[in-house]
Design a protein around this ligand. Structure first.
Ligand SMILES: CC(C)(CNC(=O)c1ccc(Oc2ccccc2)cc1)c1ccc2c(N)nc(N)nc2n1
Length: 336
C-alpha cells in the first residue's frame, strides 16, 4: 500500500497548502518558489488524489477554481457598500487645490496631510466577499450600486484567493480591486483571436471586462487576468482606527496583491512629484494605468471628510493624458 493510500487526506492537505502558497508568492510577493512545471505536476497529483477520493474534495481546493457548465446568465448583485467613483485632477495646481480643500476641513496645513499614492490601474473593477475566510461572492462594479454576479469566473483567477491566507481570518471581508490584463497577455490573446478569425479586443481593459463576462468559466480560466486589490470595503471585526496603507498591508497578509507602487507621502508637492515620476514610468509598466489615485491615508480623516454625491472628498484621481491607441482593422491603422 503506498503512502497516499494510507493517508490521502494528509497528502491532499499538503498539496493544497503548497499550491496556495505558490500562488501567494507568485501573485502577491512577486517572488515565485515553484516553476510552472512544478506547479502543474503537483496540481495534477492533487487532481488524481481527489478523483480517487471525491469525498475529500472541498470548494476551496485549487482544483475547484474552474466551474463546470456555462451559466444561464449573470444574477444582479446589490453591493452592500456602494463602489464610488473619483473626482479627477489634471495638473499640479489641481493636486494643490485638492490638498488645500482637505486641509481646510481637517483644520491643518496641506503640508501636514499624509496621503497615499498608487497607480490607477485601467481594468475592470470588481468586488469579492469572504465569509469566515472563504470566497462566497464576486461581482462586477456595474453602476456602483448593483453589479453582475460573476463568482464562478472570478474563482478561476489564481490571484483571487479561494480562502484567506492568514491563520486569524476576519469573519467578514469585502475587497475591491481591479482585474487587469497585461500587454503581453493581451497581444497573445488577440494574436490567437486573429488566427482563429474570432473577436479581437480593442484594448486590455475591454479584454479584461469581456473575459470576466464570459458565461463559461472555462473560457475565463484561459484568459491572462490578474486581480489587484485597492480597498477593504468591509472588514469585521475591523482593525479600529487605522490607515489605508495599513489596510492594504493587511490585505497582502490575507493573500491579495496590492500595489507595489503604493507610497505614503506627505504634502501636495511630493504627491505631484510622485505623479510626475509615475507618468514617466507609465510606458514601461507592462500594463495600462490611467493615472494615480491620491487618498488621505488616515481613515478617521476619511470619515470626517466624507463624500460629495458619489465621490469621496478624501480621494482624487490624477489623470494622465489618454495614450495614443492604435488599432488595426483589416490592416488599416486607425488612430482612436
Ligand atoms: C476611493 C474609491 C472610490 C474606493 N472607495 C469606495 O468606493 C468607498 C465606497 C464607500 C465608502 O463608504 C460608504 C459606506 C456606505 C455608504 C456610502 C459610503 C467608502 C469608500 C476608489 C475608487 C477607484 C479606485 C481605483 N480605480 N484604484 C484605486 N487604487 N483606488 C480606488 N479607490
Amino acid at each position: 500500500m503506498t503512502k497516499s493510500d494510507a493517508q490521502p487526506l494528509e497528502e491532499i492537505t499538503q498539496l493544497r497548502a503548497t499550491l496556495d502558497e505558490a500562488n501567494y508568492r507568485y501573485y502577491v510577493l512577486d517572488d515565485p518558489t515553484l516553476t510552472d512545471a512544478d506547479y502543474d505536476r503537483q496540481f495534477q497529483r492533487l487532481q488524481e488524489l481527489e478523483t480517487e477520493h471525491p469525498e475529500l474534495i472541498t470548494p476551496d481546493s485549487p482544483t475547484q477554481r474552474v466551474g463546470a457548465a456555462p451559466a444561464e446568465g449573470f444574477p444582479s448583485v446589490a453591493h452592500a457598500i456602494p463602489m464610488l467613483s473619483l473626482d479627477n485632477a489634471f495638473s499640479r495646481e489641481d493636486i494643490h487645490a485638492f490638498a488645500e480643500r482637505v486641509a481646510e476641513r481637517l483644520e491643518c496645513t496641506a503640508d501636514d496631510v499624509e496621503f497615499t499614492c498608487e497607480p490607477k490601474l485601467d481594468g475592470a473593477a470588481v468586488s469579492l466577499v469572504y465569509e469566515q475566510g472563504v470566497l462566497v461572492s464576486g461581482a462586477t462594479r456595474g453602476d456602483g450600486r448593483t453589479g453582475e454576479g460573476i463568482t464562478s469566473n472570478l474563482r478561476t483567477l489564481r490571484s483571487v484567493p479561494l480562502k484567506l491566507r492568514d491563520s486569524n481570518v476576519p469573519a467578514l471581508l469585502e475587497v475591491r480591486g481591479e482585474v487587469i490584463m497585461r500587454h503581453a497577455g493581451f497581444e497573445a490573446l488577440n494574436e490567437r483571436a486573429r488566427e482563429a478569425g474570432s473577436k479581437v479586443f480593442a484594448n486590455p481593459r475591454n479584454a479584461a471586462a469581456g473575459s470576466l463576462r464570459q458565461l463559461d468559466p472555462r473560457i475565463t480560466a484561459k484568459r491572462p487576468l490578474e486581480f489587484h486589490a485597492y480597498q477593504a470595503a468591509r472588514l469585521e471585526p475591523d482593525l479600529g482606527d487605522t490607515s489605508h496603507s495599513e489596510l492594504m498591508a493587511r490585505l497582502a497578509t490575507l493573500g491579495f496583491r496590492a500595489s507595489s507602487e503604493l507610497k505614503v507621502i506627505k504634502g501636495p508637492q511630493a504627491v505631484a512629484d510622485y505623479c510626475e515620476q509615475l507618468g514617466e514610468k507609465r510606458d514601461g509598466l507592462g500594463f495600462d494605468i490611467d493615472g494615480v489615485v491620491i487618498k488621505v491615508n488616515d481613515l478617521r480623516h476619511q470619515r470626517e471628510l466624507g463624500f460629495v454625491a458619489r465621490a469621496p472628498r478624501w480621494a482624487v484621481a490624477f489623470k494622465f493624458p489618454a495614450q495614443e491607441e492604435v488599432t488595426t482593422l483589416n490592416d488599416v491603422e486607425f488612430q482612436v
